[in-house]
Design a protein around this ligand. Structure first.
Ligand code: SF4
Length: 407
């Protein structure tokens, strides 16, 4: 895969050495066992895949290049470029301003823009409506567009489905920038609905089967269906696409459920299913799949706790947390600063959206075994900082340079 010019502060010599060694040993990426950093009283297991993905590195390269090439110009980002607080703060410290928050609320009015200004489109992409608004204001959008090619692939897939007259069901978080962008592209081509989870997929299935009064749909799925959507007519032929960062098992279960609903409602067979249900695979991106597979591989290891590093509004990171939580105590942290001491850790509960302080998170035993991974928008430097912070609580003599020399 292409390599990108990303500021060195985001890189980690230790993690780079580990990743390089693993890549050399396993070119086909078939081995999902974690990497053991054996420090005696502390054993750290790093997931096989984690950290910056293609789309994030691409977006960071374009954003920092734009800053460098345009001194004196006003530079805006439509919203957070990626869901990592450190990267977003770094961009702001270089004078970049965010026009909207994560939920599409306006922070800077569009009428403050002039054709001379630069507006960067984030890795999640944007809606057709916003793109048009920027073009109408004379702002060039192509040159500073960091939309990830894997997101564009989902848009292309929905276009293909729409061409065959299927209604598009988007499995994603309705307020997430990427889902809003995908929904906008889908709705330009066909009737479209967003389902956020299995519960909503089940409810949608009940409308398909006619088990619920049609009028109720418009309240229940408020803001999640396209203009002029007719629940009595538009659910007779459907196809599913998804936000690239969803949990693979959820996405599969939702597609399977809706397929089964169509089979039952229209008495379909495997030969006739395509008359009503588009035959597509999920549209998760490679990084989401690899990171989730690597967590599953890492969870085969007996350990005391897991630490997941990433932005608290990062969808792909929260799914890694979800997987770890099923198996062992898991702490979702944005940086090493959340590890307050050997006794206390401040971490994020993404179910309640609250920060929590936990005491006694490190067991009183030896060795302590910790699993570590991070999301696709998390710099490796943050993971190294977490490793170093943990090492500082143990009587480990190994320096980072010595650790690197082992890889
Ligand atoms: S997580 Fe996937 S879709 Fe999102 S930016 Fe990274 S590679 Fe692209």
């Amino acid at each position: 895969m292409k390599s990108f010019d990303v500021p060195i502060i985001y890189r980690s010599p230790l993690i780079t050495a580990i990743k390089k060694k693993r890549k050399e040993q396993d070119k086909m990426k078939r081995d999902f066992t974690p990497t053991l950093l054996d420090l005696g009283s502390l054993q750290i297991y790093l997931a096989r895949h984690f950290g910056f993905c293609y789309g994030v590195e691409n977006a960071i390269e374009i954003a920092f290049r734009t800053i460098e090439e345009n001194p004196g110009k006003k530079i805006f980002l439509l919203s957070e470029m990626i869901h990592n607080p450190q990267v977003n703060l770094d961009l702001q410290s270089h004078g970049v301003q965010f026009m909207q928050d994560n939920y599409g609320n306006q922070l800077i009015p569009f009428d403050e823009l002039t054709p001379d200004d630069i507006v960067i489109i984030p890795a999640f992409g944007t809606t057709l409506e916003l793109e048009k608004k920027l073009n109408d204001l004379g702002i060039q959008t192509e040159k500073y567009n960091t939309t990830c090619p894997f997101v564009e692939k989902v848009w292309n897939r929905s276009e293909q489905i729409a061409r065959k007259n299927y209604t598009i069901i988007v499995h994603g978080k309705p307020k997430h920038e990427e889902t809003r962008a995908t929904f906008s592209h889908a709705a330009a081509n066909a009737p479209s609905v967003i389902v956020k989870d299995m519960q909503q997929a089940i409810e949608l299935g009940r409308y398909i089967k006619g088990e619920k009064p049609a009028e109720q749909f418009y309240n229940e799925f408020e803001s999640q269906f396209s203009d002029k959507f007719d629940v009595t007519k538009d659910l007779g032929r459907i196809g599913v696409v998804n936000q690239t960062t969803m949990l693979a098992s959820d996405t599969q279960a939702i597609a399977d459920h809706l397929k089964q609903v169509m089979i039952e409602k229209y008495k379909l067979t495997l030969q006739t299913i395509e008359e009503r249900f588009a035959d597509t695979r999920d549209t998760l991106c490679y990084a989401t799949l690899e990171n989730q597979q690597a967590v599953s591989g890492m969870l085969q290891t007996d350990a005391d706790l897991a630490i997941v590093v990433g932005g608290y509004n990062s969808s792909n990171t929260s799914h890694l947390v979800e997987l770890c939580e099923e198996k062992l105590p898991t702490y979702f942290i944005s940086s090493e600063e959340e590890i307050l001491s050997a006794n206390e850790i401040r971490h994020f509960n993404f179910h309640t959206k609250e920060e929590v302080l936990t005491s006694g998170y490190l067991p009183q035993k030896q060795p302590v075994r910790i699993l570590i991974t991070s999301g696709a928008s998390c710099p490796d430097a943050l993971v190294e900082a977490v490793v170093n912070k943990l090492i500082s609580f143990f009587s480990v003599k190994l320096t980072t340079a010595e650790a690197i020399s082992k890889f």
